[in-house]
Design a protein around this ligand. Structure first.
Ligand SMILES: NC(=O)c1ccc[n+]([C@@H]2O[C@H](COP(=O)([O-])OP(=O)(O)OC[C@H]3O[C@@H](n4cnc5c(N)ncnc54)[C@H](O)[C@@H]3O)[C@@H](O)[C@H]2O)c1
Length: 385
């Protein structure tokens, strides 16, 4: 089967997230990095793309040059990943969708709800794929949790508890370090810092696993280091469309926590507990039963979990392999569209532009709620009500 041509914008040398995308996209041999505008510095971007094997005429200096260059080719890229800083996502994603390309955009998809609406409208009008990289939903056991909830193992979901906490910004003496300070500056970060950057992954995962959307929320934001304008810790209570009650805590000052993305789901018939730092174990307890450990890769898991597991049971899988599952879903979606057939339902799990829009609405509504002392607000974007 011919490999799909893949292009990347951002993710240049030394970037945080670029390598995880390249590992993920390359894992199954579905995509080949064929084009890129990888860096804000055109020369550095061209040179780095070529060092990764991109042909000189497709190692572009900036994304507009790439859009024009790829649009003119017969073998144009099948998918473009946008992994630049947040404020550029909207313009680049919109331009490539309008140019007829499929896009995987890093989160946040946009900075405002209005921009998010526009991306959803363009996606629907063009019929292009616009995925958003809530990449942690690619973990095999996260997909298994979703399958367990969907097939009724838990009965009605009563309570969801989501966390995403780390302690990397806890040192007040470092608060003015420019590499940290910009993250709490509304001019660069937008309306929210910790909730928009990390909490939103946990909120999206709560929806992904339960199959319920966030309907209303009440937020408490705090800047524990007073010089910070934006929050470094937040608690958000929410209610979901299927009646589940949600609790979410996110923090950047949780000393000792590294990448504490966890999800617990409690239903009538049992409870689930999963943590990103130990992604190969899922804890399941039936009501009145004993705690059981479900291991990634063991027999008789769901088709969604089986499809998303790559290495043998007992060996570590991590974040780039979770990203690989998003890429694998997208490869299947692109091939199904080319062939005019339905896609494998076990692959039809990648986060959509609608998820990006819902997240943006949740961020802005959480900011509004926090400013009004925790008032309950509608979290559903007007366009999707
Ligand atoms: N999904 C996740 O788990 C996850 C994790 C980390 C970061 N992210 C997201 O990924 C994005 C990038 O974050 P990062 O931490 O890698 O940032 P970074 O600052 O480490 O890297 C950004 C890269 O983009 C390049 N760049 C900047 N402007 C550009 C432009 N106009 N054209 C082309 N290249 C440009 C830079 O030169 C650099 O190589 C952010 O939106 C962030 O929110 C997502």
């Amino acid at each position: 089967m011919a490999r799909l041509n893949w292009g990347m914008i951002g993710g240049g040398e030394g970037s945080q997230i670029g390598p995880a995308h390249r590992l993920g996209a390359g894992l199954d041999g579905e995509f080949v990095l064929a084009a890129g505008a990888l860096d804000h510095n055109p020369e550095a971007g061209r040179a780095y793309a070529q060092s990764l094997g991109v042909a000189a005429d497709r190692a572009y200096g900036d994304w507009r040059e790439m859009l024009a260059g790829e649009a003119a080719r017969d073998d144009r890229v099948d998918l473009v990943t946008v992994a630049t800083p947040n404020a550029t996502h909207f313009e680049i994603t919109k331009s490539f969708l309008e140019g007829g390309f499929h896009v995987l955009c890093e989160k946040p998809m946009t900075m405002t709800v209005e921009e998010g609406e526009e991306i959803v409208k363009i996606t629907r009008a063009t019929g292009r794929i616009c995925a958003v990289n809530y990449g942690y939903t690619g973990y095999s056991l996260v997909r298994h949790m979703r399958a367990m909830v969907a097939r009724g193992d838990l009965g009605a979901v009563r309570v969801v508890v989501a966390e995403f906490s780390h302690g990397h910004h806890a040192d007040a003496a470092q608060a003015d370090n420019p590499r940290i300070r910009w993250r709490y500056d509304p001019g660069q970060m937008g309306a929210s810092a910790q909730f928009a950057d990390c909490g939103i992954h946990a909120l999206h995962m709560a929806s992904f696993v339960t199959g319920q959307e966030v309907e209303t929320l009440s937020a408490d934001f705090v800047s524990t280091i007073p010089s910070r304008e934006l929050e470094d810790d937040a608690m958000v209570n929410f209610r979901m469309t299927g009646g589940a009650v949600g609790r979410l805590w996110t923090s950047a000052v949780a000393v000792g926590r590294m990448h504490g993305l966890t999800l617990q789901v409690f239903g009538e018939k049992g409870g689930l507990r999963w943590a990103q730092e130990h992604p190969s174990q899922l804890y399941w307890t039936a009501t009145n039963g004993r705690v059981q450990v479900i291991e990634r890769g063991e027999a008789d898991l769901s088709p969604e979990a089986d499809r998303a597991t790559r290495v043998t049971i007992g060996h570590a899988e991590g974040m780039p392999l979770a990203f690989a599952n998003i890429y694998s879903d997208l490869a299947e979606a692109i091939r199904a569209a080319k062939d005019g057939r339905d896609m494998d339902p076990a692959a039809n799990l990648y986060p959509r532009s609608e998820d990006g829009l819902r997240s943006m609405a949740a961020v802005h509504q959480a900011v509004a709620s926090a400013k009004s002392g925790g008032a309950w607000v509608n979290a559903v974007p007007p366009f999707l009500r």
